[in-house]
Ligand binder design. Structure first.
Ligand code: ADP
Length: 363
């Protein structure tokens, strides 16, 4: 075969005609001189390029397509314009246009230009679909999270209201008032959680009142005590004598989650157990430990424990978001959360808060 038969000159027409890109050659008056089949498919029929573009996209260039094309030619270099909405015979497409000036080979004088058209319709609609799916996933995740976080206080409120009703029926007003007060506390907690979730979704921080760490842990134990009692779990406190104050109300959620997980793990074992909650501090951190006498953490669980949606609990019982949220909260307040197995068996969760993020009560 002769060598000169195999060059672009010989095959260029074939190549241009089989390309998915639309190509249009036009002169300096914007009269179309040639176009390939892809361009014929993508653009309306016509002799003048400005008219052809206006036919499918009348409002895209406010200055008018004629002025726009001519100014693009005078710039000299290739000019690209993305996301042009173009409607043809009831079909909407999104086009990327690139315009290059063509000069006379000898004089270099401008004699016209070439328009390259890329059909981005499929890519754009796929990107839209993906963005929609991601939004949906995020909304679903938040909804599951809200349900999980509100479930704990709701559980307590329901029980207290039931108890209040029972004692009211027996005319024991004092007890009824006490149970209603506990219910109110639970509702206030829910309001706080909802506002925190709203804050979280807006990625802003809310300053909460300062609270003594021991008091916060005690509140969490109280909130979870009904479930613990039912599961036959005894909660043992080993509180440090004087603990610093912390500013974040979110920590309460972390403590509740850790207590609930420990209770669930021991309940599954079916013979109750002991949860030891210890608070202390060293030179750098305030530390809160939750040590249970449950089955502990297997290697597989340990690997995934902080992943969102990882759960070994039955459907309807676990969302797998608890520890993912705890980790997030701890990272946001500059602290840490660690999961390990206790020497004596059972799981040990340690929460640490840098002392610079705490303050000491004035009294
Ligand atoms: P959920 O409680 O909804 O399952 P979490 O993120 O709070 O979600 O916990 C994830 C998993 O970690 C649990 O399903 C459980 O397998 C394991 N886990 C958490 N805490 C303990 C614990 N104290 N003892 C044993 N396993 C635990």
């Amino acid at each position: 075969m002769a060598e000169h038969a195999l060059n672009f000159g010989r095959i260029s027409r074939k190549l241009i005609d089989s390309m998915p890109l639309g190509l249009v050659v036009f002169d300096e008056n914007l009269t179309i001189k040639d176009r390939n089949p892809a361009a014929e498919e993508l653009l309306a029929a016509g002799d003048n390029l400005a008219d052809v573009l206006r036919a499918g996209s009348p409002h895209q260039r406010p200055e008018g397509w004629g002025v726009f094309l001519r100014s693009a030619l005078t710039v000299g270099e290739s000019q690209g314009f993305g996301n042009i909405a173009y409607a043809l015979d009831g079909r909407d497409s999104v086009l990327d246009l690139t315009i290059s000036a063509l000069g006379d080979e000898e004089s270099g004088e401008l004699i016209g230009g070439i328009l390259i058209i890329e059909d981005e319709t499929v890519k754009v609609s796929m990107a839209d679909e993906l963005a929609g799916a991601e939004r949906l996933a995020a909304v679903g995740k938040l909804a599951a999270r809200v349900a999980h976080e509100l479930n704990n206080p709701l559980d307590g409120i329901l029980r207290y209201i039931g108890l209040a009703q029972r004692v009211a029926e027996n005319n024991n007003e004092e007890r009824a008032v006490h149970y209603l007060q506990e219910s109110r506390k639970g509702l206030l907690r829910m309001v706080q959680i909802v506002s925190e979730l709203l804050d979280f979704s807006r990625s802003t921080h809310t300053a909460f009142e300062e609270a003594d760490i021991n008091k916060l842990v005690e509140d969490a134990i109280k909130a979870m005590s009904v479930g613990a009692e039912r599961a036959g779990v005894r909660i043992q406190r080993e509180f440090g004598e004087k603990m610093p104050n912390v500013r974040t109300g979110n920590l309460f959620q972390v403590f509740c989650n850790l207590i609930k997980n420990a209770v669930d793990a021991m309940e599954e074992q079916g013979r109750g157990g002991v949860l030891t909650v210890r608070t202390y501090y060293d030179e750098r951190n305030a530390l809160i430990e939750f040590a249970d006498t449950g089955p502990g953490l297997s290697e597989e669980v340990m690997e995934k424990i902080f992943e969102a949606f990882f759960t070994t609990k039955a459907k309807g019982k676990g969302t797998g978001l608890g520890l993912a949220i705890c980790l997030d909260i701890m990272e946001r307040c500059g602290g840490k959360i660690k999961a390990q197995n206790h020497d004596e068996g059972g799981a040990l969760f340690t929460v640490s808060i840098p002392l610079e993020r705490t303050s000491w009560a004035r009294v």
